[in-house]
Design a binder for this molecule. Structure first.
Ligand code: HEM
Ligand SMILES: *[C@@H]1O[C@H](CO)[C@@H](O)[C@H](O)[C@H]1NC(C)=O
Ligand SMILES: *[C@@H]1O[C@H](CO)[C@@H](O)[C@H](O)[C@H]1NC(C)=O
Length: 764
């Protein structure tokens, strides 16, 4: 459509509009494209605001509330596009895509109106602060492309999205629509007929901890926020009650006329001159957190969140701990959420136990997750205390940042050295990841959509139905016996009142992981009894995963096989070979009819496991590629030049999850590699035999300059770190969240005094 025609067309839509208003369609008046766009935008704003989404959703999760700005912009932008398309359709009685209707300039205009985030100028990365430590948002990790891997940026596409309308309607949105000649099977049917299983065998070389580390580390890399609205935009129908597909509700059909609620993931909008026109108009999803392995699930991913976890008044560089409860040995627990009463379950007796608060808002989902978060809270505080003793001239900020850096490195080492090879197998590790060759600034470390939405969700097939809780001799705990998994959802009280984190942690180390097989995929505990906060109905994790893949427009299983250089599935024989089980292969083709229609998550999940791993060839490839980019594209990767000294690297290499458990719990015997299953006591060793990283490698003598100038002055509501990049001792000041700096942010040690007075931090 030419520009001239476009103008003409849009103008005529405007003129014609008044007559359409009778059937309740939105009316507007305008005579230019600009006005038309603003009016669609206005209307979209009104629709989104009128249903008062913010108050209604604020309580649910932190990540959702602190990315409200970005989510809202995306929501407004896409709603305006939808309005525009609807108007065009009403007028011309055929469907239009936004790219038929709009020019690049129009899109930019709409982006501005919707307040889509602007490009980040690489200049902001020049601040010296951003060179010594990671930013909390991940911004500027890559200096040329500051947003790569940062929180609240789009999940990247390794293959273009495939939507029913090419732009944003998910597959299955129009239930009658044919794909390759067939309707897509409803996710719940796939779940019921292929995925659901009533049992799992445990006979594995690996421990249950391997399963739960997967979920834990996923929460360091991806969090796809859902629509900020829980009601349909147009009709204000509640997504929990409708069976109709109306943005953002995309309910999952179950038998009869019932549905399971489902909200679409929030769309992103980010428009720069370099953006691809079609990609901008296509619906993209967000990653609310940093994709880097940086322990963002301990520290948060925005300055505001971060400030709520720090114990700033203690001047110790530590994190805040629970003020009301400690465990039987005086060890700390995570703090509670601020807003009470919270949505977590609690026992009826005694004091209420609220949801815990951590750098990632999903912490309360299952007990093992709470246990791991608690472990790292304690590890941070343990290291911070030790560093303070070693370097008494370090400010609280330096202690905090150095500790955060060490904890981040430990997350990387445990994940890349101990976890990933067991998940994808050594051979895939070598093929897709290989040895480290240094930081590569051309690599985009952003999480890909297929990784978050399909590949890493392989882990859902490794969830056992029972959570073991063990006593000090690694036998079922007499007081706190094993639990069915669903009894451990959102139950922080079981940590506080049922013996702390030890019974659960021992259960993770001391229990074999379930095996994965095509005919026992997801246990009923999660397909029939999943709890999702703010939904009262029992949910089905398998259906959610399938529906989420369609919501995100992920291409099908075969396209991804092709992406990874694997053979295309064309016949039952092909599929049987990939799956290793003819009856499962038959059931899949029965339901899907055409191999190209198979949902990627299902296809990847049922593949024959590569010996010695937990995944089939497709997921091994996708996970391998992602882990490589997250490693190679991270300027602060622990092995990158200049991040740690050689001596520090040598110490970090001694880190292990077994040691972290030894140092922060009552557990005194562990397997050397706690991801491997061993029998107690034969395969266990005393903690004393587990390598201990010496923090002496972080000892920093006071330099001559520092002796001469003396310690920089501490300030209220802010702090300093040292830098000596230019060979001159410099104190870099910054203010805590909510305060702004007045005076010189950098002061240097000249002669025998500091160049300036310390700055002040005042209320913003
Ligand atoms: C009992 C254990 C678990 C429960 C209850 C659970 C539950 C959930 C739920 C409810 C979602 C959101 C589904 C949606 O609406 O799209 C989710 C997402 C996800 N889960 Fe799990 N999960 C568990 C274990 C795991 C494990 C073991 C792994 C990996 C090894 C894993 C990886 C993921 C990933 C990658 C996502 C997508 C995250 C995002 O980008 O938002 N989960 N899980
Ligand atoms: C434009 O629309 C508004 C309400 O949407 C109406 O009040 C106003 O009279 C209209 N203006 C014209 C010129 O039609
Ligand atoms: C753990 O439980 C087993 C079996 O009930 C019991 O024999 C053992 O003494 C218990 N160990 C401890 C340290 O309580």
């Amino acid at each position: 459509m030419s520009r001239f025609f476009l103008f003409f067309f849009l103008t005529s839509v405007c003129v014609a509009q008044t007559s359409v208003s009778a059937d309740g369609a939105a009316t507007f008046n305008c005579s230019t494209i600009r006005e038309l766009l603003s009016s669609c935008h206005e209307e979209s704003l009104q629709i989104i605001e009128n249903a008062s989404p913010y108050s209604q959703r604020r309580s649910t999760t932190q990540a959702e509330s602190d990315n409200l700005g970005v989510s809202r912009a995306g929501e407004v932008f896409h709603m305006a596009l939808q309005l525009l398309k609807d108007k065009a359709q009403q007028k011309y009685e055929r469907k239009f895509t936004a790219s038929e209707l709009l020019s690049w300039e129009n899109v930019k205009l709409l982006g501005e109106l919707s307040q889509c985030p602007a490009a980040t100028d690489p200049d902001v990365c020049e601040q010296s602060h951003h060179n010594k430590y990671r930013t909390i948002t991940g911004l500027c990790n890559n200096r040329q492309n500051p947003r790569w891997g940062a929180a609240n940026t789009a999940l990247v596409r390794w293959l273009p999205a495939e939507y029913e309308d090419g732009e944003g309607e998910p597959n299955g949105w129009n239930r009658e629509r044919l794909h390759n000649g067939f309707q897509l099977p409803p996710p719940r049917r796939v779940s019921r007929e292929i995925i659901r299983s009533s049992c799992k065998w445990r006979e594995d070389d690996y421990s249950q901890l391997l399963v739960d580390w997967g979920q834990y580390i996923d929460h360091d890399m991806t969090f796809t926020p859902q629509s900020i609205r829980s009601a349909a935009f147009w009709t204000d129908v509640d997504c929990h009650k409708t069976c109709e597909n109306v943005h953002p509700c995309f309910p999952i059909e179950i038998e009869g006329s019932l549905c399971m609620p489902f909200r679409r993931s929030t769309p992103d909008c980010f428009i720069t001159s370099g953006s691809d026109f079609h990609q901008v108009l296509q619906r993209q999803q967000l990653n609310a957190i940093t994709s880097y392995i940086d322990a963002s699930l301990v520290y948060g991913h925005t300055p505001k969140l971060e400030s709520t976890f720090r114990d700033l008044s203690g001047l110790s560089g530590k994190l805040t701990v629970n003020k009301r409860f400690r465990d039987q040995n005086g060890r700390s627990f995570l703090p509670f959420v601020v807003k009470t009463p919270s949505a977590c379950r609690t026992d009826q007796q005694g004091e209420r136990v609220e949801c815990f608060r951590a750098g990632d808002s999903r912490v309360n989902e299952v007990l093992p997750l709470i246990a791991l978060h608690t472990l790292w809270l304690r590890e941070h505080n343990r290291i911070a205390e030790a560093l303070k003793l070693i370097n008494d001239h370090w400010s609280p900020e330096i202690i905090y940042q150095e500790t955060r850096k060490i904890v981040g490195a430990m997350h990387q080492i445990i994940t890349m050295r101990d976890y990933v090879p067991k998940i994808i197998g050594l051979e895939s590790f070598e093929r897709y990841i290989g040895p480290y060759r240094g930081y590569d600034p051309t690599v985009d470390a952003s999480a890909s959509n297929v990784f978050a939405t399909a590949a890493l969700r392989f882990g859902h097939g490794t969830i056992p139905p029972i959570l073991s809780r063990l006593n000090a001799s690694f036998q079922e705990h007499e007081q706190y016996p094993h639990l069915r998994i669903h009894k451990s959802f959102f139950s922080p009280w079981r940590i506080v009142k049922e013996g702390g984190i030890e019974p659960t942690l021992r259960g993770l180390i001391g229990t074999a992981a379930p095996t994965v097989h095509a005919n026992s995929l997801l246990v009923e505990e999660v397909t029939e009894m999943l709890v999702v906060l703010d939904t009262h109905q029992n949910m089905d994790l398998a259906s959610l995963n399938l529906q989420r893949g369609r919501d995100h427009g992920l291409p099908g299983y075969n396209k991804w096989r092709n992406f990874c250089g694997l053979m295309q599935i064309q016949t039952l024989a092909d599929l049987t070979k990939a799956v290793g089980d003819v009856s499962v292969a038959e059931k899949i083709l029965d339901l899907y009819k055409h191999p190209d229609n198979i949902d990627i998550w299902l296809g990847g999940l049922v593949e024959n496991i590569i010996p010695g791993s937990r995944t089939g060839p497709l997921f091994a490839c996708l996970i391998g590629k992602q882990m490589k980019s997250i490693r190679d594209g991270d300027r602060f990767w622990w092995e990158a030049d200049g991040v740690f000294t050689q001596q520090q690297q040598n110490e970090l290499l001694k880190a292990s999850l077994s040691r972290v458990i030894c140092d922060n719990t009552d557990i005194q015997e562990v397997p050397p590699d706690s991801f491997k299953f061993g029998n107690y006591p034969a395969d266990y060793v005393e903690c004393g035999a587990i390598p201990l990283m010496s923090l002496d490698a972080w000892r920093e003598e006071r330099s001559r300059d520092l002796e001469l100038c003396g310690l920089p002055r501490p300030i209220k509501n802010g702090d300093f770190i040292f830098s000596s990049q230019s060979g001159i001792l410099t104190a870099l000041y910054s203010c805590y969240h909510g305060f702004k700096l007045e005076g010189a942010a950098e002061i240097i040690c000249e002669g025998n005094q500091w160049s300036n007075e310390a700055p002040r931090c005042t209320c913003e």
